[in-house]
Design a protein around this ligand. Structure first.
Ligand code: AMP
Ligand code: ZN
Length: 469
């Protein structure tokens, strides 16, 4: 399996630190609003990476944070006259709902910055003790960027170029920095802001230290993969490397993965530009599986332009797969239980080649665009070779393969038939009739059919009651 590593700017063979295991940290959203579909791109992309790793047999420890202390959260809290935690908790909840609709698996751990302040204070203290950080007079703590010799290795920036570019950026309040390149680890509280006690002042952490600390706590000093959108390469990830490696004296992450931007009219979608759609906006028009499919139709490192046409194309593409699986389900109910023929056996073997091709595409730096094309080829193969004369085993094998590959992409294509309330009540009436005429076999059969669909019957004095479980 090859991964493009931002650190080396090359595709590298993936060799985990520990055999059979993958530790992965993905920078999560700042929770002050509903997430937009740009934020959804890393969630979908890295969830797919995780699913593929799991398919390969790795046990994946996947950590993704919620940044729940930040200027924007505080601003919104002040506008609404509530505590910042009310805002962050509200949008964490909403974000979880969006993730579920996108079929993004919950992380193994979703730490929140405000729950990890103690760890941040400890790491900042270590950095001060090791001469990599210093406290200014007002209690602000800065990281001494030049003390970390490898600074710039991820973003491939040169410190002196950065310095000349940064000179004009020295703004008021920052004159206490020893060097304009130094960045904040801890800052003093301002009126109306949440704060925590620390050895330097009552205040709150800078953004970058969060991820260094949460990654260390939940995954250890060295991890396999650290990921996020490409806007995070500099300064966020560069600063994370400086903090973690200076504090722990170990290489922080072996592989750095970054997704390209989701654009609109070829400009990055972002809250600040106002050119965004929330995931919720899209859900009013489409099943969010369509959005997931749309995201996977491009390579994760390529920019992807959002448009109504591409969403329609994604909808049609996904429909093709879903329709094929629905047809196979329909056939499965009707076809005979008979031995698979030799010819069918051969076709099943042939179909396995699509799984191999799918894996090859995914092994090549998670080329989901090619992987999705393989699913289409498989669908075409199944549609061509399956008929009412086929054996159940053959139809099932075709269905299982399409569902397996779709599932690795996190696409739900096997739509369970929804049983309607009126259908349930009709069956219950039929069951009562059957019992009256002492046809208990039929009555039990109906009960079992309903149970298989998650419908539980309860015989009471007032009659039969039912509930979905
Ligand atoms: P934020 O809440 O802005 O910190 O972003 C959370 C995640 O979404 C980060 O990994 C960002 O890099 C990513 N992200 C934000 N906007 C976009 C976009 N337009 N396209 C792709 N990724 C994005
Ligand atoms: Zn981060």
């Amino acid at each position: 399996m090859k991964i493009f590593n931002t650190l080396s700017r090359q595709k590298e063979e993936f060799i985990p630190l520990e055999e059979g295991k993958v530790s992965m940290y993905v920078c999560g959203p700042t929770v002050y609003n509903l997430i937009h579909i740009g934020n959804a791109r890393p969630m979908i992309v890295f969830d797919t990476v995780r699913r593929y790793m799991e398919h390969k047999g790795y046990a994946v420890n996947y950590v993704s944070n919620f940044t729940d202390v930040d200027d924007k959260i505080i601003k919104k809290a002040n506008e609404e006259g509530v505590d910042p935690s009310v805002i962050s908790e509200r949008y964490i909840e909403e974000c979880r709902k969006d993730m579920q609709s996108l079929n993004v698996k919950p992380a193994t751990t979703h730490p929140k910055a405000t729950q990890e302040i103690g760890g941040m204070i400890d790491m900042i203290q270590t950095l001060i003790d090791k001469g990599h950080a210093y406290a200014a007079q007002d209690g602000t703590v800065y990281f001494k960027t030049r003390s970390f010799k490898e600074y710039g290795k991820l973003s491939h920036k040169n410190l002196d170029d950065l310095r000349s570019g940064n000179r004009s950026l020295l703004v008021s309040g920052e004159e206490q920095k020893q060097d304009p390149l130094d960045f904040v680890l801890w800052k003093p509280k301002k009126e109306g802001e949440p704060f925590w006690e620390s050895p330097w002042c009552e205040g709150r952490p800078g953004w970058h230290i969060e991820c260094s600390v949460m990654s260390k706590r939940y995954l250890g000093d060295e991890i396999d993969i650290h990921a996020g959108g490409e806007d995070l390469i500099f300064p966020h990830h560069e600063n994370e490397i400086a903090q973690s490696e200076a504090a722990n004296d170990k290489q922080f992450a072996k592989y750095w993965m970054h997704n390209g931007f989701l654009n609109i009219d070829n400009k990055k979608m972002s809250k600040s530009e106002g050119n965004f759609f929330t995931v919720r906006d899209i859900s009013e028009k489409y099943d969010l599986q369509v959005l997931r499919f749309f995201m996977l139709s491009a390579h994760y490192r390529s920019p992807l332009n959002f448009s109504a046409e591409l969403m329609e194309a994604a909808k049609n593409g996904l429909d093709r797969i879903v329709t094929s699986v629905t047809n196979l389900n329909f056939l499965l109910k009707g076809v005979e239980e008979k031995e698979t023929t030799q010819e069918e056996q051969k076709l099943i073997e042939e179909a396995r080649e699509y799984v191999v091709k799918f894996d090859e595409a995914m092994d090549d730096d998670f080329n989901t665009a090619d992987a999705v094309s393989v699913i289409f080829e498989l669908v075409k193969f199944a549609n061509t070779h399956v008929s009412e004369e086929a054996s159940k085993g053959f139809v099932q094998a075709m269905k299982d393969e399409i569902v397996l590959l779709s599932d690795i992409c996190g696409l739900i294509v096997d739509k369970k038939e929804e049983i309607l309330d009126t259908q349930i009540e009709e069956l219950i009436r039929e069951r009562q009739e059957a019992r009256k005429s002492r046809n208990f076999a039929r009555a039990d059969e109906i009960r079992d059919t309903l149970a298989a669909q998650g419908i539980l019957l309860e015989d009471t004095r007032e009659g039969v009651k039912w509930k979905r479980v």
